[in-house]
Design a protein around this ligand. Structure first.
Ligand SMILES: [Zn+2]
Length: 360
């Protein structure tokens, strides 16, 4: 697994590296970015396409399209494309980007956000195409890597692992009373938005469910009055049109949105600009998701902050590692976070920029 900080740039590097070894490369990607990535490759005079109704099926089948982007649902849920995969012998490599989703969407099947259930069935592709697979993800603990190998049927494999640590992000945790009102919990941030309006530093508030996401959005909305335009909400049920508008705004460092309230559905494969504060209102299920989401902060290398806010009602059904991280009050939070990834904090990191525990 390899940590990637800028999807397009690093994907391009990966492609250039693989290009000399493979005649045809298949890339599994977030469907929202297929078009832009295909355009990017075409601008480099490379033969690229993504699977959709009007694309050149015969060209892909015959191996004339060097880079084929698709999403799991586009190809696995459609009989025509499934049979194309079986009949074609030209595929040389399957690349699974954001590979942690293969595990995560299996869990999601039991809960809300059912829109990517095919990610959980991506292992089927290995039985349809006989070629090597290359899985890339920013974060995968030892346990997740084990699950991923099983899901993708990777028997003979080579792992490249880098520390997922982001040293420019200071870590905070705050526990709150179970019934504390959301408007009270976030009163400090509501005040900042009202005082600073368009000059307010950019925040993303991650919530583990659409319900919580909506509750937080509503609490901000009723408090912000004329400043309500500085907040937005993004989850799997947000319309495509609104999703595109939010992405476009967030990829602009001078964009209008100052507080984005979102579930994990936001941010995959995109580089949101000038986000210096990530807040979790309730932890995600596991540390992989947590590390992935906090990594949305500080992409411009400026000092940034991650704050996990939780009450006891948010701690149900968490993985042990995530639960330990949330409840820890004595050990360096960074050390705690990195343990499950076989990694340790850098010895050079000054304590007051590490975590609130290290500050004490
Ligand atoms: Zn520390």
């Amino acid at each position: 697994m390899k940590r990637l900080s800028d999807g397009k740039k690093n994907l391009s590097n990966e492609i250039q590296r693989c290009k000399s070894h493979f005649e045809q490369l298949t890339i599994w990607w977030n469907p929202n970015f297929e078009k832009s990535n295909v355009s990017y490759l075409r601008s480099l005079w490379l033969h690229a396409d993504y699977i959709h109704k009007e694309c050149g099926k015969e060209s892909i089948k015959a191996g004339k399209t060097t880079y084929v982007y698709t999403s799991p649902e586009a190809v696995l849920s459609d009989d025509m494309w499934r049979s194309m995969l079986i009949e074609s012998s030209s595929f040389k490599l399957v690349v699974v980007d954001e590979a942690h989703m293969v595990i995560n969407w299996v869990n999601v099947l039991e809960k809300s956000e059912p829109f990517r259930e095919w990610f959980g069935r991506l292992g089927e592709i290995r039985s349809l195409i006989a070629c090597p697979a290359h899985a890339i993800t920013a974060t995968a603990s030892r346990a997740s890597r084990r699950k991923l190998r099983k899901k993708l049927a990777l028997v003979k494999f080579h792992e490249i692992v880098e520390s997922p640590d982001r040293e420019n992000i200071k870590l905070f945790v705050e526990s709150i009373k179970m019934n504390e009102k959301i408007s009270v919990t976030f009163s400090w941030l509501i005040d900042i938005v009202m005082d600073q309006a368009g000059e307010c530093p950019r925040h993303i508030i991650f919530c583990p469910s659409i319900k919580l996401c909506s509750d937080v959005y509503f609490a901000f909305k009723v408090s912000l009055n004329e400043c309500v335009n500085y907040i937005e909400m993004f989850h799997s049920c947000t319309t495509d049109q609104v999703k595109d508008a939010i992405r476009e705004d967030m990829e602009n460092k001078d964009g209008h949105i100052r507080v984005l309230i979102a579930t994990s559905a936001t941010g995959m494969g995109v580089n949101y600009k000038s986000v210096n504060n990530v807040i979790h209102y309730g932890p995600p299920k596991d540390l992989d998701g947590f590390i992935q989401q906090l990594g949305r902060a500080g992409r411009d290398d400026t000092q940034s902050y991650e704050l996990l806010i939780y009450s006891s009602r948010h701690l149900r059904k968490l993985d042990t590692d995530m639960l330990d991280y949330a409840k820890n009050t004595e050990t360096c939070r960074r050390k705690k976070m990195l343990e499950s990834h076989n990694s340790v904090p850098s010895a050079d990191l000054v304590k007051h920029l590490c975590s609130d525990v290290c500050d004490m």
